[in-house]
Design a protein around this ligand. Structure first.
Ligand code: GDG
Length: 724
């Protein structure tokens, strides 16, 4: 099937220097990730995009030259005038969407003109795409510049496989839906058959926005529209690992490396590499470094920060101002601490050739990556890939998508400046053995999940035949049971994921009374003993209770809605959250106060969450106080990035990065050909909704659900499990 890639920029950048056209490969990793598709002539892949210079000053002959030269690389230009570049690119894309998607303030005022140009340039891309592709093609559209394009293509080519991948974060529904153009953007994107994001949080934010805008409902990882459904999925982008890890063998890299060894002899090098962009946390990092030097005299003369600020979007006011601010701050830190033999910051405002960058990564003892928000952040990954086994440490902000994967980095929070300072200090003084262990773990991960795999997995998913999603949840009747059991028996590797309370045992008044019966333990044991089965209990309970009740069984356990998990056959508990717990004291105060007000209510404190139970309280009184409690929780939830869950007669608060979906995804990476998942509560919906379409997702009880199937009660579910 032929593939057409559409992105704002082409992988080849065209410039006009002294009246002469020059062609050079861009710096992006996307081109190497897609190399297998674009370099192989037989595949007939085409790449459509803007060549990078305005067309006003190009003669017809120059345009032809550009088109001919680009075609040799399977690239096809969309020419844009200076005015279009100003309004569509600098204006709407980079001054409205970019800050909005990174939770930064947006330039106020009327942006209807830039929006109109955004629309018309998307239409221009659409007509070029339609002209250059045949019906039945797969079209892969990239990024926030082209969010209206999927719908425009769908209108002409209802049968095409249209994929869209967003390289930035997707903001929370609360922030996004405030935008005047939110509904148009979402409808534009939903023209695709597959929409991909870097992390499950961005995907969830997108689905929440669709729900809040009443454009569609989500079910089984699909967004269900009145006449079709759109697959929403997570594809964390990787890097060309081999390119970075093998760079040290190149002679030009070695030459730069020797130069750096000599230049920074006896010093620890902290490197920062970013486009000079308001999202990247330049000021925050400089201030943290300043504090570090102020408080640690012993570092003077022994450390240097090499700050590579790559020129970016320099026509935009906010970027010009940022440059001034950063350079002033660099000068003032250098003036404050420099001596005759030492300057603490080496600031470079320029691009850097690959061989020099690879050598710099390799020489640096620490990479300081602290964006305020970042879709993924490839620099963090490139730095780790460039290290010798025992070399550098990565300080990484938890607000970068990469933090979901690079758990062995020193994670910091740019909103809490002291974490940056401590993070740097820790990285500079980390014992060699620990450093080695952590770097190695991250390298193993990056080596496996490369950009090539990322591209392949997106394209394979896009080109898979789609099955229409059922519009409603069906009862698991005799016919469905028969099919389900047939798939169970035909499978070679099965995942059985079960919630505990309300799913395997009926809900009880006193939570401690829900201890598993002998019969239930035997059932789980029998299921788990089958070597083809992986059985996992995903519960909101704390790990001690799970360990006590089910710890002896050969099953996986996830506690506190996925904050902690224990592997099958494992002894230790691992955590899946990066959040801190400073919020607990404040929320506990509130919960206690309301528990005193409402007879029968009580508070449960777990390691990562707090729960307000009201099963035994008078309904009216509990509801009335819940409203007040919600109201008071709102600012706290916002400040500490928490999530409130209204469960079955419980109100639970935990960090927003905890979800049953996340723990499900930890397991879903394996190759299961039968997936069964059951839950009864709203807290299970994350997990039920994240499963692939082919999975058997089952809701226990009658409340609203994203699951495909439903059983009446616990007994019916247990009866089914007994048949496995
Ligand atoms: C967006 C998202 C997401 C840049 N200048 C030079 C150079 N580069 C290379 C880096 C790295 C890439 O460009 C920058 O990628 P990042 O991920 O760090 O950041 P964004 O540009 O903001 O990228 C981001 C990404 O898309 C992919 O989806 O991760 O969150 O914002 O590869 O090495 N390379 C060289 N010289 C330069 O001057 N050699």
């Amino acid at each position: 099937m032929s593939l057409v890639i559409v992105s704002n920029r082409l992988p080849i950048s065209v410039k006009k220097v002294d009246g002469k056209l020059t062609f050079s490969p861009g710096d992006g990793g996307l081109a190497s990730g897609l190399g297998d598709y674009t370099k192989n002539k037989k595949r007939g892949t085409k790449w459509i995009g803007w060549p990078g210079l305005p067309s006003d000053n190009l003669s017809a002959a120059e345009r032809r030259t550009i088109a001919v030269r680009l075609r040799q690389h399977h690239c096809y230009p969309v020419f844009l005038t200076q005015k279009q570049v100003d309004d569509y690119y600098n204006g709407y894309s980079n001054s409205v969407v970019w800050p909005m998607f990174h939770d930064l303030p947006i330039k106020t005022g009327d942006n209807s003109r830039t929006w109109e140009t955004y629309h018309s340039v998307n239409a221009l891309f659409a007509s070029e795409t339609l002209r250059l592709s045949k019906p039945g093609s797969s079209v892969w559209i990239h990024d926030y510049h082209l969010m209206l394009l999927p719908r425009m293509i769908r209108a002409e080519r209802p049968q095409d496989q249209i994929g869209f991948f967003l390289h930035t974060p997707f903001p929370s529904a609360e922030n996004f839906t405030k935008s005047k153009h939110a509904a148009s953007i979402v409808t534009g994107l939903l023209g695709a058959s597959l929409v991909g994001f870097h992390t499950s949080i961005y995907a969830q934010n997108f689905m929440d926005s669709c729900r809040d805008l009443e454009i569609g409902t989500s079910a089984n990882g699909q967004l269900v529209l009145p006449n079709r459904s759109v697959q929403i999925d997570v594809f964390p982008i990787g890097i060309d690992y081999a390119k970075f890890s093998a760079a040290a063998r190149q002679r030009s890299v070695q030459a730069y490396y020797r130069k750096f060894l000599h230049k920074y002899d006896g010093k620890k090098v902290i490197v920062t590499v970013d486009r000079l962009d308001p999202t990247k946390g330049f000021v925050e990092r400089l201030e943290a470094y300043q504090t570090l030097l102020r408080d640690n005299q012993d570092l003077h003369g022994k450390v240097v920060m090499v700050m590579l600020a790559i020129p970016s979007r320099s026509e935009i006011d906010a970027y010009k101002k940022l440059r001034e601010r950063v350079e002033k701050l660099v000068d003032s830190i250098n003036a404050q601490f420099s001596t005759a033999h030492w300057r603490p910051i080496e600031y470079l405002y320029r691009t850097m050739p690959f061989d020099e960058l690879a050598a710099l990564y390799r020489r640096a003892d620490v990479a300081f990556v602290a964006p305020l928000r970042d879709g993924m952040n490839l620099v963090a990954k490139e730095y780790i890939a460039s290290q010798k086994k025992n070399a550098g440490m990565l300080v990484l902000s938890k607000t970068a998508g990469a933090a979901e994967e690079l758990k062995d980095a020193i994670q910091v929070d740019p909103a809490q400046p002291d974490t940056l300072v401590h993070g740097l200090r820790n990285a500079l003084t980390m014992p060699a053995r620990e450093l080695q262990k952590r770097t190695q773990a991250m390298q193993e991960h990056l080596q496996e999940f490369t950009i090539q795999k990322w591209a392949e997995s997106f394209i394979t998913t896009l080109q898979q035949p789609r099955i229409a999603v059922p519009q409603r949840t069906r009862m698991l009747g005799a016919k469905q049971n028969k099919q389900l059991l047939a798939s169970y028996h035909a499978a070679n590797r099965r995942l059985i994921m079960l919630d505990y309370d309300g799913t395997l045992t009926p809900l009880v008044k006193q939570p401690e009374d829900a201890e598993p019966t002998r019969e239930l333990r035997t059932l789980l044991h029998r299921l788990a003993k089958n070597p083809l089965n992986d059985v996992l209990i995903v519960s909101g309970r704390d790990r001690h209770t799970l360990q006590k009740w089910l710890g002896g069984l050969p099953i996986g356990l996830a506690a506190e809605h996925g904050a902690l998990y224990r592997r099958i056959g494992g002894k230790n508990w691992h955590r899946l959250t990066n959040a801190d717990r400073s919020w607990q004291e404040i929320v506990l105060g509130l919960f206690d106060y309301f528990a005193d007000l409402v007879p029968g209510a009580h508070v449960e404190q777990k390691e990562w969450s707090l729960t307000w139970h009201y099963r035994q309280a008078p309904v009216y009184l509990a509801q009335k106080n819940l409203v007040a409690l919600h109201h008071l929780l709102k600012p706290i939830v916002k400040k500490y990035d928490l999530r409130i869950k209204d469960g079955n007669k419980v109100l639970e608060v935990h960090a927003s990065d905890i979800s049953k979906a996340k723990v499900a995804q930890e397991w879903l990476i394996h190759d299961y050909d039968f997936i069964f998942c059951a839950g009864d509560d709203t807290t299970d919906e994350d997990m039920l909704g994240t499963l692939p379409y082919s999975a058997y997702s089952v809701k226990v009880g009658y409340s609203q659900t994203q699951a495909r199937f439903r059983v009446k009660n616990v007994d019916e579910l247990l009866a089914l499990l007994r048949k496995f």
